[in-house]
Design a protein around this ligand. Structure first.
Ligand code: NAD
Length: 393
């Protein structure tokens, strides 16, 4: 009888798990259902560009039914409310109950506000297409308000957090806002664009030479970096800093970090600080019929206490391992172990500049080569999933 595979999450981990499982299992062998809160697979590594207004929504939101529907993969657009691993059941916000023989949990991560007063209520985040649209519309509305009132808070944008998300976002703003201001009849010199980082440097993932390069490039284009100072409070129109200063701003975008998805952390699967612990074959350490992919799993390199970072490239690779291992679970054979391959890290600094490393820190890229490499990695991903789409036809 056909087995029921239920996949929670239509991001990198979930989509690649679904596609790979279908490559190895016919519809007669297993039905595959994917649950996602949006009807689209979202390319979240490019969201900063949608927020800045340099690309259209269609470039980062791929309809799941186009991607998966014709491969006998059922798509359910709903939000996961509860996972009951002991009862092999998942309950959705709509009230629907789904049973499974094998479950894949790929629900990603959530924004971590670290309990900073006022931050959750008064900041915007960049975790989805809807968030990116919200940021773009909010910035435009504040600029329109500034044009009318001259209120400086409306011409000030604060990005909290100088990791890759925060820096890529200020890079887009630095490129696009001069054009937006011109169209609105606002002097771009009136705009204050801040990136506030609690740690001693932005982009700590990169060697110093690339950090300096990134800061210099963005500072030249109008970004003010404040490093070594944490954001301690936010209101609708201000950001307080640990050094006692306050920035008057009605646009606060929080990119200060992520945490495990609470639905996953509290459902009874073995976990470590809110992220599910997994075996080398990406099965839950407490429930072997549950596989994990992406940010909601915590994977430690052998002998290390520091887990791998929650990145799209690892979610993609985990999804493929999980997809294959599902077929082994039902048809026999030897499951693959998850052995991550780090192709590198690329950060954009707007449309024409970027920094990156390939193969650890061995090869460093800056400027156009980094930009082109980043674009190529996006194209590579898109052609990979479309290629897999074609495979099943
Ligand atoms: P992050 O955790 O990497 O960075 C958040 C930054 O916010 C940190 O540098 C932290 O020191 C800072 N911060 C925390 N609290 C603060 C406070 N109170 N005030 C000011 N700053 C504060 O988060 P991210 O940038 O969203 O990245 C999440 C993951 O996704 C990472 O693994 C990252 O590498 C990955 N990512 C990769 C890319 C890419 O490859 N281009 C793009 C975006 C994200």
């Amino acid at each position: 009888m056909s087995k029921q595979i239920l996949i929670l999450g239509g991001g990198y981990g979930g989509v690649l798990a679904a596609m790979t499982a279908r490559k190895h299992l016919t519809p007669a062998e297993a039905s595959i259902t994917i649950v996602n809160r949006f009807p689209t697979h979202q390319i979240i590594t490019e969201l900063h560009r949608l927020a800045g207004g340099t690309i259209a929504e269609g470039a980062v939101a791929l309809p799941l039914n186009k991607l998966l529907g014709s491969k006998d993969i059922n798509i359910v657009v709903d939000t996961v409310k509860d996972i009951k691993p002991n009862e092999k059941q998942v309950i959705l916000e709509s009230g629907a109950v789904h049973k499974y023989d094998a479950l894949v949990v790929a629900l990603g991560s959530e924004t971590n506000y670290f309990g900073i007063p006022g931050l959750e209520e008064n900041s915007l985040v960049l975790k989805s297409v809807a968030d990116a649209n919200r940021i773009r519309n909010h910035v435009e509305a504040r600029l329109d308000a500034y044009k009318k009132s001259g209120n400086k808070a409306d011409a000030t944008i604060v990005v909290g957090g100088g990791g890759l998300t925060g820096v890529e976002l200020v890079g887009e703003f630095a490129d696009k806002l001069p054009e937006v201001c011109r169209a609105k009849g606002i002097d771009f010199n009136d705009i204050k664009l801040y990136c506030v980082e609690a740690g001693p440097a932005v982009l700590p993932i990169f060697p110093k030479v690339l950090i300096d390069r990134a800061m210099e490039s963005l500072t030249k284009r109008g970004v003010n970096f404040i490093t070594g100072v944490a954001i301690t409070e936010a209101t609708k129109t201000s950001v307080s800093l640990k050094n006692g200063e306050t920035i008057e701003s009605s646009t606060i975008i929080w990119t200060g970090g992520v945490k495990g998805n609470p639905v996953v952390g509290s459902c009874g699967l073995a976990e470590d600080r809110g992220r599910s612990t997994v075996t080398s074959t990406l099965q839950s350490t407490s429930h072997s019929d549950v596989f994990l992919a992406g940010d909601c799993a915590v994977v430690f390199p052998e002998g290390s206490e520091r887990p791998y970072p929650p990145t799209a490239q690892l979610a993609w690779q985990m999804g493929e391992v999980v997809g294959f291992n599902l077929s082994v679970m039902f048809k026999g054979g030897t499951m693959d172990k998850f052995v991550p391959v780090f192709s590198g890290t690329l950060g954009s600094l707007g449309r024409k500049d970027g920094v990156g490393t390939i193969g650890g820190n061995a090869t460093q890229l800056k400027g156009l080569p980094a930009t082109l490499m980043k674009e190529a990695s996006n194209i590579r991903y898109l052609s990979h999933i479309h290629g897999m789409f074609a495979l099943a036809h």
